[in-house]
Design a binder for this molecule. Structure first.
Ligand SMILES: Nc1nc2c(c(=O)[nH]1)N[C@H]1C(S)=C(S)[C@@H](COP(=O)(O)O)O[C@H]1N2
Ligand SMILES: [Mo]
Length: 538
């Protein structure tokens, strides 16, 4: 019987393979921890999990991504990263087992993951070069060494010589491997990894201080053209209905950034160039805020918002009129003979968003926004500067962390989401939502206040109607209109009778069109259909 065979007969035969798998897990932990530490020195976005996560987001089919946004909401990014960690954990355990048999191959397997991470990091659109490969590569080398050393402690020695007699030592053969050495090495690897990982986390967490300071220093000048006073009665005092103005902290967030870009306003620049730009410019944040600023209430909507969904919000934006700046650069819209029909906005993280030049320059309040509800833009919402264009879904208009505007044509260039099967042009569809009662609520019979919001940005809402079960459409009371670029609240006092009921809402916009009944999915140009809520009146 060989030692290995004896070892397998050992009542604790599972222990060695289990410790092999554990070695794999420790090697993976060491690799990620070291990568985190090195990424603090390079840049946090170069870390393997962030880089692979970003690459995964870019490659996820539109339908899956839309499903993730719908089901996980703003947690979609956390879920993605946990998913990547889970996959890595499975591979790490497997590599540990492989290494028990083939020590070098197991260690080399760890290096393969380093290469994948490095490839993802250097091919991100915002990659700054080869340094981005370092976190993955250094992490993987350390991980491979850890696996090699730990598994070495688990190897069954063919002959164990007694240190005293120099003869074969049967007592030492019982486990056949270096238990003490393994425990010491594994503990040391775990402790060192935890230390490196914690230090890397802390360093990454404290990054962007210059950007944070530059945001604190921003003093928004009084707008030359303030927003017209919000008319009395835009807000309805009904419990559970949306606030007319969405606070910055409540405003929905949709973007592909796993790490929110922290851009320093002092060094930020925006370049405007491309087809038909006779006077290209590069402007600074001060250049922008020294210009005439306008302030407008505009309701933003995401194309991924399902009927009745939450990805819509209304804020008071302060910014520069984009059309003026474009005109100064010599840009003419195609309707006045200009050669470029598409404006491609590019962000610091490589996002590209294409808007029709005709829409941006048709007199609507298309903004390069610097302020949101009286504050400098929050980092999550695009500090220092973003675009906002009334009437267009965010993915074709609302570029956050903008740094470049290129005039081109729709024929010549597909922006990020268009490459992923979304429509080139996407005006916001007329929609309405019941905020209260909530689905499956159990209100008391009598008068139940039904209320919600309706939007048809840049056309304006003219009418909202509510239907109870299969009854007739009844006109809801509309709150006052702020502007045709904002949503409008509505209410409907319902004489509710006991039993189960379905409430349905639909809006009409100022062009006279009634909100489409036909259910359409969010892809390719926004959901349509009527919002319904089922309640039981008690
Ligand atoms: N740089 C960048 N800008 C972006 C996006 C993005 O992923 N990256 N997402 C767009 C989409 S799809 C929408 S709906 C709006 C959402 O803006 P918000 O997060 O401020 O609500 O931002 C737009 N601007
Ligand atoms: Mo969006």
């Amino acid at each position: 019987m060989t030692d290995d065979e004896k070892n397998l007969r050992n009542p604790r035969e599972w222990l060695r393979p289990a410790l092999g798998a554990l070695s794999g897990a420790l090697a993976g932990f060491a690799a990620l921890a070291v990568a985190e530490l090195v990424s603090a020195w390079v840049r946090p976005q170069a870390g393997p999990v962030i880089a692979v996560g970003g690459a995964a987001i870019d490659r996820t089919p539109a339908g899956v991504k839309d499903w993730a946004i719908r089901n996980f909401g703003t947690n979609d990014k956390l879920i993605l990263q946990l998913g990547i960690l889970a996959v890595l954990a499975v591979f790490a355990l497997a590599l540990g087992l492989v290494a028990m048999r083939y020590r070098r191959i197991g260690a080399a397997g760890v290096l393969v993951f380093g290469i994948v991470g490095a490839g993802a990091a250097t091919s991100r659109p915002d990659s700054t070069g080869f340094a981005d490969a370092l976190p993955s590569v250094v992490g993987a080398v350390i991980g491979a060494v850890v696996l090699f050393l730990l598994v070495g402690r688990l190897a069954v020695s063919r002959t164990v010589l007694s240190p005293t007699s120099g003869k074969e030592d049967d007592s030492a053969r019982a486990p056949g491997w270096d238990r003490r050495g393994f425990v010491i090495a594994a503990t040391a690897a775990a402790a060192a990894s935890a230390g490196a990982g914690a230090l890397g986390r802390a360093l990454n967490g404290s990054r962007g201080q210059d950007a944070i300071a530059s945001r604190k220093d921003v003093v928004l000048p009084a707008p030359a053209s303030p927003a017209p006073a919000v008319p009395r009665g835009t807000q309805l005092r009904i419990p559970g209905i949306s606030a007319f103005t969405t606070s910055n902290s409540d405003f929905y967030r949709v973007d592909t950034a796993l790490v929110v870009p922290k851009v320093n306003a002092r060094t930020w620049r925006l370049r405007i160039h491309g087809k038909g730009v006779t006077r290209p410019v590069t402007v600074s944040f001060d250049d922008l805020t020294r210009r005439e600023l306008i302030e407008r209430d505009i309701t933003l909507t995401c194309v991924s918002n399902e009927v009745g969904g939450p990805y819509v919000g209304n804020a008071r934006w302060i910014g520069v009129r984009l059309a003026d700046l474009l005109s100064e650069c010599g840009v003419k819209p195609p309707s006045r003979g200009g050669p470029a029909d598409q404006l491609v906005a590019r962000s610091v993280d490589g996002m590209t968003i294409g808007s029709p030049v005709d829409d941006v320059m048709d007199g609507r309040d298309a903004l390069l926004a610097v302020g949101m509800n009286g504050q400098p833009l929050p980092f999550e919402h695009g500090f220092p500067v973003r675009m906002v264009v009334p009437g267009l879904y965010g993915y074709v208009s609302a570029c956050k962390w903008i740094t470049d505007i290129e005039l081109t044509t729709f024929d010549a260039y597909d922006s990020y989401w268009v490459k992923r099967t979304w429509a080139r042009k996407a005006p916001i569809k007329t929609q309405s939502r019941i905020d209260t009662p909530k689905p499956f609520a159990r209100p008391k019979s009598g008068t139940v206040m039904v209320g919600g919001v309706a939007w048809a940005q840049h056309r304006g809402i003219d009418k909202v109607e509510v239907r109870v079960d299969d009854g007739p459409w009844q006109e809801a009371r509309l709150a006052a209109e702020d502007s045709r670029d904002t949503w409008r609240l509505w209410s409907f006092p319902w004489q509710a009778t006991k039993g189960g009921h379905t409430l349905t809402v639909r809006a009409s916009d100022r062009s006279g069109a009634v909100q489409a009944e036909r259910r359409a999915p969010t892809i390719p140009d926004g959901a349509s259909g009527w919002h319904s809520v089922v309640v039981t009146v008690e």
